[in-house]
Ligand binder design. Structure first.
Ligand code: C5P
Length: 237
């Protein structure tokens, strides 16, 4: 599996995302489309970006009864996306239903990634509101193992957790990791961050990078820097 950089296109409208992607010319980064853009522009935005030759991670984090998730995943896989996700908290049978729904008539399917615990949830909330006892790290690994049991392809996690996930879930279980910042860039609202170079060394398969690329004065240069550090494993200045 080749490492890749996924650019989080967190824009509110079609015009803004298209203007951003045009900056890349013939380069076609792997892009992440989230709820904001999908819910404002609908599935047509996915078709349009796909038609232009980009790989797409559709970040909609599905979580519902198995039958509903299976049918929803069937609709999404027809958009010809490359990666999609769900909440592992939906249980093994929901994840298995998602996998069934994702298989296209030609036998192919997008990569299916699980969210274990949202990084916005802390251990106190986990215990007091969700009634889940246990250290966050253990809970993340336990939920990742549900993903392994269901047969999904990997999880979203911090680069700092990637090694443990690989250790516990197997080397081929994918780690898709946000929370990426350059040595010299702003942290924004991300608390536990690593550089693309560090993420590469930690064994992550994909990094998800938003603002360090989308808000850069030179977005293409920032993207190239991510590739240089993460894919080629070269430390930059
Ligand atoms: O701008 P930034 O690089 O922080 O964007 C990271 C992207 O990854 C955003 O789209 C954010 O929603 C997503 N994400 C995250 N942390 C998670 C899961 C997803 O930052 N645990």
């Amino acid at each position: 599996m080749k490492k890749d950089v996924i650019v989080a296109c967190d824009f509110p409208s079609r015009s803004e995302v298209m203007e951003f992607l045009q900056l890349f010319g013939k380069r076609k980064p792997f892009v992440k489309i989230g709820m904001e853009l999908f819910y404002s522009e609908g599935p047509e935005i996915v078709r349009e970006i796909k038609k232009r030759g980009y790989k797409i991670f559709l970040d909609l984090k599905l979580h519902d009864i198995p039958n509903t998730v299976e049918r929803a995943m069937r609709s999404l896989s027809m958009l010809d996306i490359d990666m999609v996700n769900l909440h592992t908290a939906g249980t093994i049978k929901m994840m298995q239903a998602a996998l069934r729904g994702l298989v296209r008539p030609d036998g192919t399917r997008p990569i299916l990634i699980g969210v274990t615990q949202l990084t916005s949830t802390d251990e106190k909330e986990l215990k007091e509101q969700l009634l889940v006892n246990g250290a966050m790290d253990d809970v993340v690994i336990a939920y990742a193992k549900l993903g392994v049991a269901a047969g999904i392809d990997g999880v979203v996690c911090s680069p700092l957790e990637a090694g443990k996930v690989k250790e516990e879930c197997g080397e081929t279980f994918l780690t898709v990791t946000p929370g990426i910042r350059f040595k010299d860039s702003k942290k924004d609202d991300q608390a536990r961050i690593t550089t693309p170079y560090e993420a590469s060394r930690m064994g992550c398969d994909y990094i998800v990078v938003g603002r360090p690329v989308t808000q850069a004065t030179d977005p293409v240069g920032a993207y190239e820097r991510c590739i240089w550090e993460f894919v080629y494993g070269k430390e930059s200045e």
